[in-house]
Write a protein that binds this ligand. Structure first.
Ligand code: THG
Length: 382
């Protein structure tokens, strides 16, 4: 069966859209009502480039929710389940945002741009609606907007050389999640040491959407000596490394505890935040489900279109959320959301997907230790 997703005005185009099309993007997803590239047609080559070289990703769909004004810090802290006490300007934080029942609504990176100006660099859910509602109902003195800001990620072990080539050697000393406002040939950007991979890299937050093509070309040119190529948030690498994909790995009612973000919830902080009571209750009882790493048998799988039902001795124990074949683990791997009693390491699972039956097992995370090199076998001949 072949079908296509229609392109129309209800979804937005990234400032890098035309360039990604010219580069030969083959697959897009929709994220925050914006098209986002996921593949240029050779996922193995893209994975290899991310592990051994450098890739550039249009991640403009990681939209920003900007909170500005006298109560900006107060509101940002109230929204965040993580204590932002020592969140200095110039240093980002990975933060769970929950509703009053402790359900995870989003897992943004929060960037304190100025003392009274914050960006929530969001995953795929409508944070603008949530933040505006909370701000207005709580009479916070703030302005909430979606600014003209679009991240372009440069990821991989050679990313630091490419970014130093453009901005200077000072970027080599940047700590993870630190950022700085600057410009590149007159284009306003925020340079951050961050990105959705464990291979190292930067994100350039373009602050003028009319300059997307220009920024793309500058990065492409600076990366030429390092054989940069287009890529996208890499499904295989993120599963190996254990980076959460909100909405894919999570249920609409998942708490941060069940999906491995409990370490970012601070219940003993002094100030109040949304979901505090519910989260304290869940923490005390323990989550009823847990997201765990799995390995499973069979020929190398591609990806799953939807969650697969997982059984333990015939009992429906939960769902397999995301799967792929890992070249470094030399096995099929995945993440499964299982009832807590069925989530212990060593638990045996059965599931069906794409017409095939699999046998799997719960294993420790990360599925692949950071720094594990690529086996020679996996390297493409191109
Ligand atoms: N960069 C930016 N915005 C984003 C993402 C990003 N918005 C959407 C999505 N990604 C949000 N999710 C994540 C998930 C993980 C991380 C960042 C954003 C991440 N985690 C590190 C880890 O797990 O090792 C560090 C976590 C920590 O210890 O603080 O980087 O990628 N701009």
């Amino acid at each position: 069966m072949t079908y296509q997703i229609a392109v129309g005005p209800r979804e937005r185009k990234s400032p890098f859209f035309e360039r990604t099309v010219a580069e030969g993007v083959t697959h897009m997803t929709i994220y925050n009502q914006m098209y986002m590239p996921v593949s240029y047609g050779d996922t193995v080559a893209e994975y290899n480039r991310l592990l051994e070289g450098v890739a550039m990703w249009d991640v403009a769909a990681q939209r920003q929710v900007q909170i500005e004004g006298p109560d900006a810090e107060k509101l940002t802290r109230y929204l965040s389940a993580r204590d932002l006490k020592n969140c200095d300007v110039g240093r980002g934080r990975y933060v769970p945002i929950c509703d009053h029942e402790g359900r995870l609504l989003n897992d943004p990176v929060i960037l304190p741009i100025q003392p009274a100006q914050f960006w929530l660099s969001i995953a795929d859910s409508d944070m603008l609606l949530w933040v505006r509602a909370i701000a207005n109902e709580g009479r916070f003195n703030v302005r909430i907007s979606e600014p003209d800001v679009s991240p372009l990620a440069v990821q991989g072990p050679k990313a630091v050389d490419v970014v130093a080539n453009m901005f200077g050697d000072w970027v080599r000393d940047m700590k993870f999640f630190s950022f700085k406002k600057t410009e590149l040939e007159g284009i306003p950007v925020v340079v951050a040491r961050s990105g959705w991979s464990k291979q190292g890299g930067f994100e350039l937050y373009l602050c003028d959407g009319t300059r997307g093509g220009a920024l793309w070309d500058i990065v492409r040119e600076a990366g030429r000596p390092f054989d940069i190529g287009p890529g996208a948030p890499n499904y295989i690498e993120r599963l190996e490394s254990g980076l959460l994909s909100f909405g894919a790995d999570t249920h609409p009612d998942s708490s941060p505890y069940e999906v491995g973000l409990g370490r970012f919830v601070d219940l003993d902080r002094d100030d109040n935040f949304i979901g505090r009571e519910a989260l304290a209750h869940i923490a005390e009882k323990g989550p009823t489900r847990r997201l765990v790493g799995i390995i499973f048998n069979g020929n190398p799988v591609g990806f799953n279109e939807h969650p697969w039902t997982a059984r333990v001795d015939g009992y429906i124990a939960g769902t397999v959320r995301s799967v792929c074949h890992s070249p470094r683990r030399r096995s099929n791997i995945g993440l499964a959301l299982l009832e807590t009693p069925c989530s212990e390491i060593g638990t045996k699972l059965e599931f069906k997907g794409g017409g095939l039956s699999y046998k799997g097992e719960v294993v420790a995370e990360p599925l692949v230790e950071p720094g594990t090199p690529l086996p020679n076998m996996a390297k493409s001949s191109s």
